[in-house]
Design a protein around this ligand. Structure first.
Ligand code: MD3
Ligand code: FE
Length: 209
């Protein structure tokens, strides 16, 4: 049975969620990301139960999201390098601010950029993002590399999901009611992107602190 409605052309997908197709310059972001990942390499974080997450992760900005045996939180220091997270590149922060403004959330100033790397077969189960202090601040998501199917449910985990197919350069802004909606990523299909290779990179910009 097919329970997912597909809305890929509409801009407002559900209350407060704005889709900006091809908004980001993928090549420029790829270039800016390399020194960030040299300073704070991608790694598989541990869940609180001690299992490795399938997505590989890093951060830039004054705060970075981590998961370990103690749970989820934002830290100023990268536990792997024991150094501050790398600075957020100017092209990252300016893109996130422009996207938020375009979506109607003027004044967004991200202090954290979570970098998620997916290889084919990887998925992210339904969850809420609730480790940030101020839920009035939106989250800006940038999809890079190979295509993925994202889904959003609603304020509760149960219910019908809405699917959005995300391609290289697509940006989604989650504000208003959608900020607390359950969401996730379907198992990534195999593909190769000319610049990013056999992977999808997702940048999520947040005001964490
Ligand atoms: C909807 N990442 O890192 S980004 C995450 O593609 C996360 O890597 C996915 O969910 C990814 O937490 C999806 C889209 C996203 C991010 C934050 C949201 C959707 C959201 C917060 C509230 C509602
Ligand atoms: Fe999330």
């Amino acid at each position: 049975m097919k329970t997912e409605a597909l809305f890929n052309e509409s801009r407002v997908i559900c209350p407060g969620m704005v889709y900006l197709p091809s908004f980001a310059d993928s090549d420029q972001l790829h270039q800016a990301l390399q020194p960030v990942l040299t300073a704070s390499p991608l790694r598989q974080m541990q869940t609180s139960r001690g299992f490795p997450m399938s997505v590989r992760t890093s951060n830039c900005g004054t705060a970075g999201w981590i998961s370990d045996r103690k749970g989820y939180r934002y830290t100023a220091i990268d536990p792997l390098t024991e150094q501050p997270w790398p600075d957020m590149p100017e092209v990252f922060s300016s893109l996130a601010m422009r996207a938020a403004t375009e979506a109607g959330y003027d004044g967004f100033r991200p202090d954290a950029c979570l970098i998620n790397y997916y290889v084919p077969g990887t998925q992210m189960g339904a969850h809420q993002d609730k480790d940030e202090r101020d839920f009035d601040q939106p989250i800006v998501s940038v999809s890079l590399g190979i295509d993925a199917r994202f889904f959003v449910i609603g304020p509760e985990r149960k219910g019908t999901s809405t699917a959005v197919d995300l391609s290289d350069g697509d940006v989604v802004v989650f504000g208003g009611a959608s900020r607390k909606f359950y969401h996730g990523v379907r198992k990534l299909k195999s593909a190769t992107h000319a610049v990013w290779g056999e992977c999808r990179c997702n940048l999520t910009f947040r005001k964490a602190l």
